[in-house]
Ligand binder design. Structure first.
Ligand code: ZN
Length: 366
């Protein structure tokens, strides 16, 4: 195996929205980068023929990056799983977890790895590997978050696998607030959100704008509480104090009395408090229901927006096109592989990143 050329195999997550899963073969090691499920519930990467791994490395704890852990074992062996403390806390107990720093230099089985905070989720990181001319995997990332700290990658990387979820979309997060604001002002409003992602961030934005009638479910309350402990290192400078005030001000949602702005998980309405609340409120005129993330096919989110009972207002948690261009200028890649967007975005991205080679080929040499 040590004689094989260094390469990156795009198992899933490139060419169409799907679970993140990539195989990095370098320095004689086989490292799997993320192992997700979804977004559509039950969608798993095809791991036939992948064989035993030397390690699994996780960028963050969202289901489309960690939801496929049940596939370890028979097909992939029981490799060590590298994850930051925040991400490791939510993983099953039976894994052989090894720590990954949320920022700085480390070593994974003899390969030098640099990480930095991804501005996207608690404990979330991007990964830079000192293999070939340098290889960067961003995982999901955002340069705009008011809550999650982002450490821009700076090390040169000849090859970069980059979250381009939004393709050519380029509106700033300030424009998201302008669209969301009328719903917040009008109230009552239900925002189905991921508690370990944009949920606390949107709550913080609303709170900072002076709206204090904020109601949260258990998942959101737990997530807010973790910013005082395990997830504190993921906060942007200046956010800790406001998050503490928000946590103290937020009240529990009363299903019998919709009021103010209510934030509850899950984001697509298929589970958690939102599944119960949507069942109760889908046929009533109030509250307004606004979804802010990817409308997963076959979920209540998609159904309610299609029927007109729900609205969609995007809240940026992935990079805009201009953020991707800034990243590419910093790391000077020869090859960029856009991840988590449709193949139809390839030509546009190639044009904007020229003269960089932009590819979605299944296997890329490093
Ligand atoms: Zn994510």
């Amino acid at each position: 195996m040590g004689n094989e050329p260094d390469s990156l195999r795009l198992i899933s997550g490139v060419g169409a929205k799907g679970p993140a899963c990539f195989l990095l073969q370098a320095a004689g090691k086989r490292l799997l980068l993320d192992l997700g499920e979804g977004p559509p519930p039950g969608m798993l990467p095809d791991l036939d023929g992948i064989g035993p791994l030397d390690a699994l490395i996780l960028t963050h704890g969202h289901k489309d990056h960690v939801g496929g852990l049940s596939l370890l074992g028979e097909k992939l062996g029981q490799p060590p799983v590298y994850a930051t403390t925040s991400v490791a806390c939510a993983l099953p107990m039976n894994l052989n977890v090894r720590p990954l720093p949320s920022g700085g230099d480390t070593d994974v089985l003899g390969i030098a790895v640099t990480t930095g905070r991804n501005g996207h989720a608690p404990g979330g990181v991007w990964l830079h590997f000192s293999v070939g001319g340098g290889f960067l995997y961003t995982g999901d990332w955002s340069a705009e978050s008011i809550l999650y700290a982002y450490d821009p990658p700076a090390k040169p990387a000849a090859t970069a696998l980059v979250d381009c979820s939004y393709g050519g979309y380029d509106k700033p997060i300030a424009a998201c607030w302008i669209e969301l604001k009328p719903f917040v002002e009008r109230g009552p409003l239900l925002l189905p959100v991921p508690a370990n992602g944009r949920g606390p961030e949107i709550a913080l934005e609303i709170f900072r704008r002076g709206f204090t009638e904020i109601f949260v479910d258990e998942a959101m309350r737990d997530a807010l509480g973790r910013f005082a402990t395990t997830d504190r290192h993921s906060l942007r400078v200046g956010a800790a104090e406001d998050i503490a005030r928000l946590t103290a001000a937020a009240k529990p949602i009363d299903a019998a009395r919709p009021r103010g702005v209510m934030l509850a998980a899950s984001a697509d309405g298929s589970s958690g408090a939102t599944a119960r609340l949507l069942a109760q409120w889908q046929h009533t005129a109030e509250p307004a229901i606004v979804f802010t993330g990817y409308l997963t096919p076959g979920t209540p989110a998609e159904r309610l927006v299609k029927s007109g009972r729900g609205q969609f207002v995007r809240w940026n948690v992935h990079p805009r096109l201009s953020d991707v261009v800034v990243l590419a200028r910093a790391i000077k890649p020869q090859t960029v592989i856009p991840a988590f967007c449709d193949r139809a975005q390839l030509a546009l991205l190639a044009d904007k990143l020229a003269p960089v080679r932009v590819t979605m080929e299944r296997t890329v040499g490093l």
